[in-house]
Design a protein around this ligand. Sequence first.
Ligand code: 6PG
Length: 255
Amino acid sequence: MAVEPCEQFPELSVWHLGTECCRPLDCQGWKKLAQPNLVPFESVDALATAAAETFVARANEAIESRGRFTVALSGGSTPLRMYAKLLDAEMDWGKVDVFWSDERCVPPSHPESNQGAADRALLEHVLPAREFGMFSQGSPDVCAVEYERVLRSVVSDPPVLDLVLLGMGADGHVASLFPGIPELHEEKRSVVATQSPAGIAERVSFTFPMILAARSVLLLVAGADKAKAFDAGLQGTGLPVSRILHSSAQVYAAF
Ligand code: 6PG
C-alpha cells in the first residue's frame, strides 16, 4: 500500500514517498533531496520508445551545438530494448562517438560482452563514427587506466560526455558499481576495475564522478524485480542507484 501523498508538497508522489515497506522520509526531508526527474511508464516497450526519443534528441542537440555526440552505452536487457528502437532513428551516426559506462572483462565476441551486445543489436547496422570498447588486453585495472586515458584524450580532460546511459540491477547496482564495493567512494578517477558478485566477476566501470559529470544521464529501470531496490534507492538508503536517483539524471521506470 503506497503512502498517502503529502498535502504540503502534492508533487511528491508515491515514487518519492515510498511504500509501507520502506519508512518514507518526512516531506521536508524529501524536499531537501534532489528530486528525481522520474517518469513512470506502463510498459517496458513504452519506456524503450521514450528512451530512444530522448537519445535522439540529445544526439541532435549535441551535433548541432558541438559537431558531435559522445555517448556511453550500458549493458543489460533494458537498454537493449532501446537499441532496437534506434535502428531507424533520424540522426547522423557519422558524428557519434560511442563509449561504454561499464563492461565485463571479455572480448566483444563473447556473449556476455556489453560492447558485443550493442554491436549486434545496433552499431553494426548504423555504423557510428567511432566506438571505443572498454575491454582490451591486460588486467581489469590496466583496462580501466587505459580507458580513462582514451576518454581524456578523445573527449575532454576532465571527461564530460553528452550522455551516459545506465540500467539498474535488482540489487540496486548501476553500471558495474555494486552495493558495498569500495569503488563506490572513488572521487578522483573516472574509470575503475570492480568485482561483480554474480556472473562475470571482473568488470571495468565508470565511477560516480564520471557519470555525474555528463551533460545528461538517463537511467532505465524495468521489471517488477527491481521495485524494492528502486524504492530503497528513493529513500536514500545508500544503494548505488540512490546516487543517481538524487541527482539531475532522468529516470524512466516501468515495474
Ligand atoms: C551490466 C550492466 C548493468 C545493467 C543492469 C540492468 O554490465 O550488467 O551494465 O549495469 O545495466 O544490471 O540490466 P537489465 O536491464 O538486464 O536488468
